[in-house]
Design a protein around this ligand. Structure first.
Ligand code: UTP
Length: 308
Protein backbone atom coordinates (compact mmCIF):
# COMPACT_ATOMS: atom_id res chain seq x y z
CA UNK A 1 0.00 0.00 0.00
CA UNK A 2 1.47 3.33 -1.06
CA UNK A 3 1.18 6.11 1.49
CA UNK A 4 3.85 8.65 0.65
CA UNK A 5 4.45 11.06 -2.18
CA UNK A 6 7.63 12.93 -3.11
CA UNK A 7 7.37 16.19 -5.05
CA UNK A 8 10.65 17.78 -6.19
CA UNK A 9 10.42 21.54 -6.69
CA UNK A 10 14.08 22.51 -6.31
CA UNK A 11 15.07 23.01 -9.96
CA UNK A 12 16.34 26.33 -11.35
CA UNK A 13 13.73 26.52 -14.08
CA UNK A 14 16.18 27.91 -16.65
CA UNK A 15 13.71 27.45 -19.52
CA UNK A 16 11.54 30.15 -17.99
CA UNK A 17 14.13 32.80 -17.14
CA UNK A 18 14.02 35.62 -16.23
CA UNK A 19 10.61 34.91 -14.61
CA UNK A 20 12.14 32.13 -12.48
CA UNK A 21 15.05 34.20 -11.18
CA UNK A 22 13.24 34.99 -7.91
CA UNK A 23 9.88 33.23 -8.30
CA UNK A 24 9.68 29.42 -8.41
CA UNK A 25 7.95 28.20 -11.58
CA UNK A 26 5.95 25.86 -9.32
CA UNK A 27 4.35 29.02 -7.84
CA UNK A 28 3.30 30.44 -11.22
CA UNK A 29 -0.48 30.76 -11.25
CA UNK A 30 -2.44 28.54 -13.58
CA UNK A 31 -5.72 30.41 -13.71
CA UNK A 32 -6.18 31.11 -9.98
CA UNK A 33 -3.96 28.59 -8.20
CA UNK A 34 -0.21 28.09 -8.19
CA UNK A 35 0.83 25.06 -10.25
CA UNK A 36 2.14 23.23 -7.20
CA UNK A 37 -1.32 23.29 -5.58
CA UNK A 38 -2.74 21.24 -8.46
CA UNK A 39 0.06 18.70 -7.93
CA UNK A 40 -0.54 18.45 -4.17
CA UNK A 41 -4.29 18.18 -4.76
CA UNK A 42 -3.66 15.31 -7.18
CA UNK A 43 -1.56 13.48 -4.57
CA UNK A 44 -4.24 13.98 -1.94
CA UNK A 45 -7.05 12.92 -4.31
CA UNK A 46 -4.98 9.78 -4.99
CA UNK A 47 -5.04 8.99 -1.25
CA UNK A 48 -1.56 10.32 -0.41
CA UNK A 49 -1.47 12.97 2.30
CA UNK A 50 2.07 12.29 3.55
CA UNK A 51 4.08 14.45 1.19
CA UNK A 52 7.77 15.27 1.04
CA UNK A 53 8.81 18.24 -1.05
CA UNK A 54 12.38 18.69 -2.19
CA UNK A 55 13.09 22.42 -2.05
CA UNK A 56 16.06 24.74 -2.52
CA UNK A 57 17.06 28.37 -2.02
CA UNK A 58 14.46 30.75 -3.36
CA UNK A 59 11.58 28.30 -2.94
CA UNK A 60 10.35 29.60 0.43
CA UNK A 61 7.13 30.79 -1.17
CA UNK A 62 6.23 27.15 -1.89
CA UNK A 63 6.55 26.35 1.82
CA UNK A 64 4.62 29.48 2.77
CA UNK A 65 1.80 28.67 0.38
CA UNK A 66 1.05 25.48 2.33
CA UNK A 67 1.58 27.05 5.77
CA UNK A 68 -1.18 28.69 7.80
CA UNK A 69 -1.55 32.45 7.62
CA UNK A 70 -3.58 33.31 10.76
CA UNK A 71 -3.39 37.09 10.18
CA UNK A 72 -4.84 36.77 6.67
CA UNK A 73 -7.52 34.36 7.91
CA UNK A 74 -8.47 36.82 10.71
CA UNK A 75 -8.63 39.72 8.26
CA UNK A 76 -10.88 37.81 5.85
CA UNK A 77 -13.06 36.75 8.81
CA UNK A 78 -13.42 40.39 9.96
CA UNK A 79 -14.36 41.46 6.45
CA UNK A 80 -16.94 38.70 6.19
CA UNK A 81 -15.10 37.00 3.30
CA UNK A 82 -15.86 33.46 4.47
CA UNK A 83 -15.34 31.77 1.11
CA UNK A 84 -11.86 33.23 0.71
CA UNK A 85 -10.97 32.42 4.33
CA UNK A 86 -12.07 28.81 3.83
CA UNK A 87 -10.07 28.56 0.61
CA UNK A 88 -6.93 29.85 2.39
CA UNK A 89 -7.42 27.49 5.32
CA UNK A 90 -8.12 24.55 2.98
CA UNK A 91 -4.64 24.90 1.45
CA UNK A 92 -2.87 24.57 4.81
CA UNK A 93 -5.06 21.60 5.79
CA UNK A 94 -4.61 19.72 2.51
CA UNK A 95 -1.82 17.38 3.57
CA UNK A 96 1.09 16.80 5.93
CA UNK A 97 3.97 18.29 4.03
CA UNK A 98 7.62 17.93 5.04
CA UNK A 99 10.47 19.64 3.31
CA UNK A 100 14.02 18.54 2.53
CA UNK A 101 16.65 20.85 1.07
CA UNK A 102 18.57 20.11 -2.07
CA UNK A 103 21.70 22.16 -1.51
CA UNK A 104 23.06 21.90 -5.05
CA UNK A 105 20.72 21.43 -8.00
CA UNK A 106 22.34 18.31 -9.40
CA UNK A 107 19.28 17.08 -11.27
CA UNK A 108 16.07 15.16 -10.68
CA UNK A 109 17.91 11.97 -9.69
CA UNK A 110 19.77 13.86 -6.97
CA UNK A 111 16.51 15.42 -5.74
CA UNK A 112 14.84 12.00 -5.46
CA UNK A 113 17.91 10.60 -3.65
CA UNK A 114 17.25 13.08 -0.82
CA UNK A 115 13.91 11.43 -0.04
CA UNK A 116 15.55 8.20 1.14
CA UNK A 117 15.28 8.75 4.91
CA UNK A 118 11.70 9.96 4.73
CA UNK A 119 10.52 7.08 2.54
CA UNK A 120 12.19 4.15 4.28
CA UNK A 121 11.61 0.83 2.52
CA UNK A 122 8.11 1.27 1.07
CA UNK A 123 7.11 2.03 -2.53
CA UNK A 124 6.24 5.70 -3.03
CA UNK A 125 4.77 8.04 -5.61
CA UNK A 126 6.89 10.67 -7.35
CA UNK A 127 5.14 13.69 -8.89
CA UNK A 128 7.11 16.37 -10.72
CA UNK A 129 6.19 19.74 -9.26
CA UNK A 130 6.11 21.50 -12.62
CA UNK A 131 3.69 19.08 -14.26
CA UNK A 132 -0.08 19.31 -13.86
CA UNK A 133 -2.18 16.39 -15.04
CA UNK A 134 -5.88 17.01 -15.36
CA UNK A 135 -7.89 13.80 -15.37
CA UNK A 136 -11.07 12.30 -13.98
CA UNK A 137 -9.15 9.58 -12.11
CA UNK A 138 -6.14 11.32 -10.53
CA UNK A 139 -3.02 10.39 -12.54
CA UNK A 140 -1.09 9.12 -9.52
CA UNK A 141 -4.08 6.97 -8.57
CA UNK A 142 -4.00 5.43 -12.06
CA UNK A 143 -0.37 4.40 -11.43
CA UNK A 144 -1.14 3.13 -7.93
CA UNK A 145 -3.92 0.92 -9.30
CA UNK A 146 -1.52 -0.65 -11.83
CA UNK A 147 1.13 -1.07 -9.11
CA UNK A 148 -1.44 -2.88 -6.94
CA UNK A 149 -2.01 -5.32 -9.85
CA UNK A 150 1.56 -5.89 -11.06
CA UNK A 151 3.78 -4.81 -8.13
CA UNK A 152 7.21 -3.30 -8.79
CA UNK A 153 7.58 0.19 -10.24
CA UNK A 154 5.19 1.93 -12.61
CA UNK A 155 5.87 4.90 -14.89
CA UNK A 156 3.21 7.27 -16.21
CA UNK A 157 3.49 7.72 -19.98
CA UNK A 158 2.00 9.75 -22.79
CA UNK A 159 2.44 9.47 -26.53
CA UNK A 160 4.26 12.40 -28.14
CA UNK A 161 4.77 13.29 -31.82
CA UNK A 162 7.78 11.38 -33.20
CA UNK A 163 9.67 14.56 -34.09
CA UNK A 164 9.50 15.70 -30.41
CA UNK A 165 10.92 12.54 -28.75
CA UNK A 166 14.31 14.20 -28.17
CA UNK A 167 12.71 16.42 -25.48
CA UNK A 168 11.63 13.50 -23.29
CA UNK A 169 12.65 10.33 -21.51
CA UNK A 170 11.41 7.61 -23.88
CA UNK A 171 10.32 4.07 -23.03
CA UNK A 172 10.80 0.88 -25.03
CA UNK A 173 8.00 -1.48 -24.11
CA UNK A 174 5.62 -4.23 -25.07
CA UNK A 175 1.90 -3.66 -24.78
CA UNK A 176 0.27 -6.01 -22.27
CA UNK A 177 -3.32 -4.89 -21.87
CA UNK A 178 -5.16 -1.60 -22.42
CA UNK A 179 -2.68 1.21 -21.81
CA UNK A 180 -0.29 -0.98 -19.78
CA UNK A 181 3.16 -1.81 -21.14
CA UNK A 182 5.98 -3.99 -19.87
CA UNK A 183 9.05 -1.73 -19.90
CA UNK A 184 12.10 -3.15 -21.72
CA UNK A 185 14.30 -0.07 -21.72
CA UNK A 186 14.49 3.67 -21.08
CA UNK A 187 16.45 6.33 -22.89
CA UNK A 188 16.77 10.01 -21.93
CA UNK A 189 16.16 12.52 -24.74
CA UNK A 190 17.05 10.25 -27.69
CA UNK A 191 17.71 11.53 -31.19
CA UNK A 192 14.62 11.04 -33.37
CA UNK A 193 16.19 8.14 -35.34
CA UNK A 194 17.35 6.41 -32.13
CA UNK A 195 14.07 6.60 -30.18
CA UNK A 196 12.65 3.15 -29.46
CA UNK A 197 9.06 4.52 -29.45
CA UNK A 198 7.07 7.69 -28.94
CA UNK A 199 6.09 6.69 -25.38
CA UNK A 200 7.31 9.56 -23.19
CA UNK A 201 7.76 9.60 -19.42
CA UNK A 202 5.04 11.95 -18.20
CA UNK A 203 6.18 13.25 -14.80
CA UNK A 204 4.47 10.64 -12.60
CA UNK A 205 6.03 7.50 -11.14
CA UNK A 206 5.41 4.86 -8.49
CA UNK A 207 8.81 3.56 -7.45
CA UNK A 208 10.05 0.86 -5.12
CA UNK A 209 12.58 1.98 -2.52
CA UNK A 210 15.26 0.06 -4.48
CA UNK A 211 15.54 3.20 -6.61
CA UNK A 212 17.67 4.75 -3.84
CA UNK A 213 20.46 2.16 -4.11
CA UNK A 214 20.26 2.50 -7.93
CA UNK A 215 20.71 6.26 -7.59
CA UNK A 216 23.86 5.70 -5.52
CA UNK A 217 25.35 3.73 -8.41
CA UNK A 218 25.11 6.40 -11.06
CA UNK A 219 27.31 9.40 -11.67
CA UNK A 220 26.52 12.78 -13.15
CA UNK A 221 26.06 13.12 -16.91
CA UNK A 222 27.96 15.51 -19.18
CA UNK A 223 25.93 18.44 -17.82
CA UNK A 224 26.72 17.53 -14.21
CA UNK A 225 23.19 16.21 -13.56
CA UNK A 226 22.19 12.92 -11.95
CA UNK A 227 19.47 11.59 -14.23
CA UNK A 228 16.60 9.64 -12.71
CA UNK A 229 16.27 7.76 -16.02
CA UNK A 230 19.78 6.28 -15.56
CA UNK A 231 18.77 4.91 -12.15
CA UNK A 232 15.49 3.57 -13.59
CA UNK A 233 17.52 1.61 -16.13
CA UNK A 234 19.39 -0.13 -13.28
CA UNK A 235 16.13 -0.70 -11.41
CA UNK A 236 14.73 -2.35 -14.52
CA UNK A 237 17.50 -4.98 -14.38
CA UNK A 238 16.40 -5.93 -10.86
CA UNK A 239 12.62 -6.20 -11.15
CA UNK A 240 9.85 -5.92 -13.74
CA UNK A 241 8.68 -2.40 -14.47
CA UNK A 242 5.45 -1.27 -16.13
CA UNK A 243 4.43 1.82 -17.99
CA UNK A 244 0.86 3.06 -18.16
CA UNK A 245 -0.57 5.51 -20.68
CA UNK A 246 -2.16 8.13 -18.49
CA UNK A 247 -5.77 8.98 -19.13
CA UNK A 248 -5.77 12.77 -18.86
CA UNK A 249 -4.18 15.96 -20.13
CA UNK A 250 -0.65 16.86 -19.13
CA UNK A 251 0.53 20.45 -18.77
CA UNK A 252 4.27 21.11 -18.40
CA UNK A 253 4.30 24.55 -16.85
CA UNK A 254 8.12 24.68 -16.98
CA UNK A 255 8.20 26.08 -20.51
CA UNK A 256 6.56 29.22 -21.83
CA UNK A 257 4.34 27.80 -24.55
CA UNK A 258 2.88 24.97 -22.49
CA UNK A 259 2.41 27.31 -19.53
CA UNK A 260 0.34 29.67 -21.67
CA UNK A 261 -1.61 26.73 -23.11
CA UNK A 262 -2.35 25.46 -19.58
CA UNK A 263 -3.78 28.83 -18.57
CA UNK A 264 -5.96 28.95 -21.67
CA UNK A 265 -7.10 25.37 -21.14
CA UNK A 266 -8.16 25.96 -17.53
CA UNK A 267 -9.52 29.41 -18.36
CA UNK A 268 -11.76 28.07 -21.14
CA UNK A 269 -13.33 25.61 -18.70
CA UNK A 270 -13.99 28.22 -16.02
CA UNK A 271 -17.72 28.83 -15.46
CA UNK A 272 -17.40 32.64 -15.38
CA UNK A 273 -14.48 33.55 -17.62
CA UNK A 274 -14.61 30.60 -20.02
CA UNK A 275 -17.11 32.19 -22.40
CA UNK A 276 -15.64 35.70 -22.59
CA UNK A 277 -12.15 34.18 -22.92
CA UNK A 278 -13.31 32.09 -25.87
CA UNK A 279 -14.86 35.15 -27.51
CA UNK A 280 -11.63 37.06 -26.95
CA UNK A 281 -9.52 34.27 -28.44
CA UNK A 282 -11.72 33.98 -31.52
CA UNK A 283 -11.56 37.76 -32.02
CA UNK A 284 -7.81 37.71 -31.48
CA UNK A 285 -7.32 34.96 -34.03
CA UNK A 286 -9.50 36.78 -36.54
CA UNK A 287 -7.50 39.96 -35.93
CA UNK A 288 -4.10 38.32 -36.18
CA UNK A 289 -5.13 36.63 -39.41
CA UNK A 290 -5.72 40.13 -40.80
CA UNK A 291 -2.44 41.49 -39.39
CA UNK A 292 -0.99 42.36 -35.98
CA UNK A 293 -3.32 42.46 -32.93
CA UNK A 294 -4.08 45.98 -31.79
CA UNK A 295 -2.95 46.66 -28.17
CA UNK A 296 -5.80 49.17 -27.82
CA UNK A 297 -8.47 46.59 -28.63
CA UNK A 298 -6.95 44.05 -26.30
CA UNK A 299 -6.97 46.48 -23.38
CA UNK A 300 -10.53 47.59 -23.98
CA UNK A 301 -11.71 44.00 -23.51
CA UNK A 302 -10.62 43.91 -19.86
CA UNK A 303 -13.92 43.66 -17.99
CA UNK A 304 -12.33 42.83 -14.66
CA UNK A 305 -10.10 45.91 -14.23
CA UNK A 306 -10.62 47.86 -11.01
CA UNK A 307 -11.79 51.45 -11.10
CA UNK A 308 -9.91 52.49 -7.94
P1 UTP B 1 13.21 20.03 -14.85
O1 UTP B 1 13.70 18.87 -15.60
O2 UTP B 1 12.13 20.84 -15.48
O3 UTP B 1 14.46 20.95 -14.48
O4 UTP B 1 12.72 19.51 -13.44
P2 UTP B 1 14.50 22.43 -13.91
O5 UTP B 1 15.90 22.70 -13.49
O6 UTP B 1 13.45 22.65 -12.87
O7 UTP B 1 14.09 23.35 -15.15
P3 UTP B 1 14.91 23.76 -16.46
O8 UTP B 1 15.08 22.51 -17.28
O9 UTP B 1 16.21 24.38 -16.02
O10 UTP B 1 14.03 24.77 -17.14
C1 UTP B 1 11.56 18.71 -13.24
C2 UTP B 1 11.15 18.84 -11.77
O11 UTP B 1 12.21 18.40 -10.92
C3 UTP B 1 12.61 19.43 -10.04
C4 UTP B 1 12.09 20.72 -10.64
O12 UTP B 1 11.84 21.70 -9.66
C5 UTP B 1 10.83 20.28 -11.39
O13 UTP B 1 9.69 20.34 -10.56
N1 UTP B 1 14.10 19.42 -9.89
C6 UTP B 1 14.89 19.46 -11.01
C7 UTP B 1 14.65 19.39 -8.63
O14 UTP B 1 13.93 19.34 -7.61
N2 UTP B 1 16.01 19.41 -8.51
C8 UTP B 1 16.85 19.46 -9.59
O15 UTP B 1 18.10 19.48 -9.40
C9 UTP B 1 16.27 19.48 -10.87
Amino acid sequence: MIKKAVIPVAGFGTRFLPATKAIPKEMFPVLDKPAIQYVVEEAVASGLSDILMIVSRGKRSVEEHFDRNPELEALLERKGNQAERDAIRHISNLANIDFVWQKEMLGLGDAVRLARNHIGGEPFALLLGDTIIQSSIPATRQLMDIQAMFGGSVIGMETVPLDKVSRYGIIAGRKLVGGVYRVDGLVEKPAVHEAPSNLAIAGRYVLTADIFSCLEQISADGKGEIQLTDALRILLQQAPMHGVLLDGRRHDIGNKLDYLKANLWFGLQHPEIGKPLRTFLLELIAETECGEPSPHNLESDDESSHSN
